[in-house]
Design a protein around this ligand. Structure first.
Ligand SMILES: [Cu+2]
Length: 153
């Protein structure tokens, strides 16, 4: 009898656990649209507040004109790592794909041609300023193509 009751309890516990896990897979996603500022070597937004501990989805569109042929990307960095990322990028001759495995880079798009887009997502687990930068040669370091996501409770 006790055994049966226990089994029922465990089954109930397991199925409720499964339900919770399923629910946790579809939390509200905080959506952000980011683009270039037309043909300028700049993003259309410089600073944005984002919720802590929630999935943030960033849709980035290169809005430069087709004739401009300007490539852009977006890399989202761990707080406080801007200088080290730029140093490494300059050291490797602006090979942006080599940066993909850099420990300071949370996620990044590929180099995108005009009118192309890519969506990234990440979940800021710690309060702080998460820089987002364009890794193309000179864009972030010389022309200031960068901004910051401010993760707050
Ligand atoms: Cu750029």
């Amino acid at each position: 009898m006790t055994k049966l009751w226990l089994t029922a309890c465990i089954t109930a516990f397991l199925s409720s656990g499964t339900l919770t896990a399923t629910d946790a897979k579809s939390p509200d996603t905080y959506e952000i649209k980011l683009s270039t500022h037309g043909n300028n070597i700049a993003f259309d937004k410089i600073a944005m507040d984002i919720p802590l501990g929630k999935k943030v989805s960033v849709r980035f569109v290169n809005q430069a004109s087709k004739e401009s042929e300007i490539l852009h990307n977006v890399a989202i960095l761990k707080p406080g790592t801007f200088d080290e990322v730029i140093k490494e990028l300059q050291k490797n001759g602006y090979d942006i794909e080599k940066m993909r495995t850099h420990p300071a880079i949370i996620t990044m798009t590929k180099a995108l041609a005009p009118a192309h887009e890519e969506t990234l997502s990440f979940t800021p687990e710690k309060e702080g300023d998460y820089p987002f930068i364009c890794l193309m040669a000179g864009h972030a370091d010389m022309l200031g193509m960068k901004g910051v996501f401010k993760a707050k409770k």
